[in-house]
Design a protein around this ligand. Structure first.
Ligand code: PMP
Length: 455
């Protein structure tokens, strides 16, 4: 990792200790509430991952509106985490709140469709260009279900994924390449008793030779991929990668599932629509319901037909696809309002302009200080990375990552009124995010770096 006087580990440790103390001092009510929660919640939290924010104790949020979260201790934070994308269209957008309130009062689930269902299907068709849709409660489920549909439709077992990917809690995806390039089960995965390598092949991103070799095996059901990796830092496709990959997939008649859950930041029809990549199936989750648990997945005509044939040919009974609340009425109302009022080209124009403002500002700060960092951007999503060049694949992204530096950065910005996405340094712009909030983030980073320089 390239060195720089500002990033000296001793300097970082000293400032990190001061930032931790400042955090504790500013959040006494959060600290008391966190202690109380330990009495009834595993790890004191509603979801064990919330520990991975790396905060001295959990931060309690009292309410969230637009691009601001209000803490229990009364601070207003400019929110660039936005629920790790689930609130990408802003917290509590009024049109969605009204639609959901109306629907909940009229019954939120019946295991039968509402009129919103076909309206949402038509809106998804128009945005993403795929003709047939189904719903799920999370992007994890949507990916899991599509994998089943396509394994059933092709009669093939093997899944291809890219090293460094994350597609939710889909067990089949948790295979990594080790330092010698050999497939290995992700060491953090709990309770998995199958050897996933028997049916999953993991490839380096941006590597056409590896893709071609895997396809030549002839047993591939599908490639499940984010158009750009966004969960190991950010890895953008090299120019020409996707057109060539698409041609290889076509030659082998292997369908591509584009997981656009995060790359939806690139435009109202996701990265594929913005860049002209043709997926055979597509997943969009998280932000689609503006915070309600929903996801949707679409099929091209060919793969919709193949999925229906597989279902009709199977024995009647449990398919392993779907959950009781999938397609629930409140979620359909939320998706409809989100698609109609927020996932529009006009709304995205402002988000993309602020994404560019943020990326330019970050690059300016890096340049002035001569830091060995880089910035990658997917429309309304920016990633600050701790290497002089953006990574080409998951391995390079992992090699650049610096967990101490990341912990310092997140806490230093939080103490200065700015919330970033945990796990890496992802910054997301919503329709509600103002230029002043972008400038505040940049000022906060500048001040934090000054503190480091003075340590
Ligand atoms: N796909 C991608 C690309 C994701 O980043 C995530 C979550 N970070 C998921 C799927 C899973 O989403 P969820 O946890 O809402 O199921």
């Amino acid at each position: 990792r390239p060195s720089h006087p500002l990033l000296d580990p001793a300097r970082l440790e000293a400032t990190l200790a001061a930032e931790r103390a400042a955090y504790a001092h500013a959040h006494p009510r959060s600290q008391a509430a966190a202690r109380q929660a330990e009495a009834s919640l595993l790890f004191g939290l509603p979801l064990h991952w919330m520990r991975d924010w790396g905060l001295p104790f959990p931060l309690l949020i009292e309410r969230a509106e637009g691009a601001t979260v209000h803490t229990l201790d009364g601070q207003a934070l400019d929110d660039f985490c936005l629920g790790d994308t689930a609130a990408m269209f802003g917290h509590a957008p009024p049109a969605v709140v009204a639609a959901v309130q109306r629907q909940i009062a009229r019954g939120s689930t019946a295991m039968l469709p509402s009129e919103d269902a076909a309206a949402v299907g038509a809106l998804l068709q128009a945005r993403f260009g795929l003709p047939q849709w189904q719903f799920a409660l999370s992007a994890s489920d949507a990916n899991r279900f599509l994998l089943r549909w396509l394994r059933a439709a092709t009669g093939r077992r093997r899944l291809l994924v890219f090293d460094g990917c994350y597609h939710g809690t889909v067990d089949d995806c948790f295979v990594d390449l080790d330092d010698d390039g050999r497939p290995t089960m992700r060491p953090s995965l709990l309770g998995q008793v199958q050897d996933l390598r028997g049916s999953t092949t993991v490839l380096p991103f941006n590597d056409l030779d590896a893709l071609e070799a895997a396809l030549a095996e002839g047993d591939v059901a599908c490639l499940l991929a984010e158009p750009a990796l966004t969960n190991c830092g950010m890895v953008l496709p090299e120019p020409g990668f996707w057109p060539a990959a698409r041609a290889l997939l076509d030659r082998h008649e292997v369908p591509l599932i584009a997981d656009e859950t995060h790359t939806l930041s690139a435009g109202p029809g996701g990265w594929c629509r913005a860049q002209g990549l043709r997926p055979d199936a597509l997943v969009v989750g998280k932000a689609l319901g503006s915070g309600l648990p929903v996801a949707a997945y679409g099929f091209s005509a060919r793969w919709a037909e193949a999925a229906m044939v597989a279902k009709l040919a199977a024995a009647p009974g449990h398919s392993g696809i779907g959950t009781t609340l999938s397609g629930h009425r409140a979620g359909l109302a939320a998706m409809r309002a989100t698609l109609e009022t927020l996932m529009t080209p006009a709304v995205y124009a402002g988000m993309l302009a602020r994404g560019a403002r943020l990326a330019d500002g970050l690059e300016r700060l890096i340049g002035i200080r001569g830091l060995p960092w880089s910035v990658s951007r997917l429309g309304a999503r920016c990633e600050l990375q701790y290497g002089p060049r953006p990574p080409r694949n998951g391995k390079e992204a992992a090699a650049q990552f610096d967990d101490r530096l990341d912990a310092w950065l997140h806490l230093a910005l939080l103490n200065r009124g700015v919330l970033l996405t945990p796990f890496h340094s992802m910054m997301l712009i919503s329709p509600a995010t103002q230029d002043a909030q972008v400038d505040h983030l940049l000022d906060a980073l500048d001040q934090a770096l000054d503190t480091l320089a003075a340590a």
